[in-house]
Design a protein around this ligand. Structure first.
Ligand code: AMP
Length: 187
């Protein structure tokens, strides 16, 4: 399927952004901000909102730096599969080395398609793409920034976002302050 093929109707797509390794001289917070700007440049796609950035403790594999995370809301005419292909291309552009990557291991940039559809309501179960993202409801570093931009969201198969947040309250997630230039400060 070609990357430029577009659907006729606009849908919403929620993207999870994360990273904990420098990409060359670029620190993770800057990588995330650049990736958000790159999402806005995708064909048939507009960046509608970007959450504040968060710092989160690693999950699953502890011996690595904290992650920086955010969630972006896109309006797009791309199909979900086309969008996934673009996300993976952007990960590589930002220094991601997929071949050596272990699940939950360190990375320069991770882009996940969290939710997709007219209201983010579609369910997709393909070998290469599951939407809603199968682990989004278990992760404070996704639910917290998601709640910043869409507090009334209902996660298909899981329930209202407001009911899911208390279940992940034990996970340490801290919002980063924004500096006067609009960039995230790394404190
Ligand atoms: P990750 O290590 O999180 O980057 O996982 C990437 C793999 O997850 C790829 O092989 C994708 O095909 C697959 N995948 C399945 N569902 C999704 C999704 N909703 N968003 C991103 N990757 C997905």
């Amino acid at each position: 399927m070609g990357l430029q093929v577009a659907r006729s109707d606009m849908v919403l797509a929620y993207i999870g952004l994360g990273g904990n390794l420098d990409s060359g001289a670029i620190q993770p917070a800057q990588t995330l901000l650049q990736a958000a700007s790159d999402l806005d440049q995708l064909p048939h796609t507009r960046l509608m909102q970007l959450s504040p950035l968060y710092r989160s403790a690693p999950i699953g594999y502890d011996d690595q730096p904290d992650f920086i995370n955010a969630v972006a809301l896109l309006q797009t005419r791309l199909s979900a599969i086309e969008l996934l292909q673009h996300l993976q291309a952007l990960e590589l552009q930002h220094g991601r080395q997929r071949s050596t990557l272990q699940r939950n291991g360190p990375r320069t940039l991770d882009l996940d398609l969290l939710l997709y559809g007219e209201h983010g309501e579609q369910c997709i179960d393909l070998p290469t793409l599951q939407v809603p993202h199968p682990r989004l409801h278990q992760r404070a570093f996704v639910l917290r920034p998601l709640a910043d931009i869409a507090p009334a969201l209902h996660i298909p198969g899981q329930g209202p976002l407001g009911d899911l947040l208390p279940q992940v309250s034990a996970q340490v997630v801290r919002q980063l302050p924004a500096d006067p230039n609009g960039n995230a400060a790394l404190t």
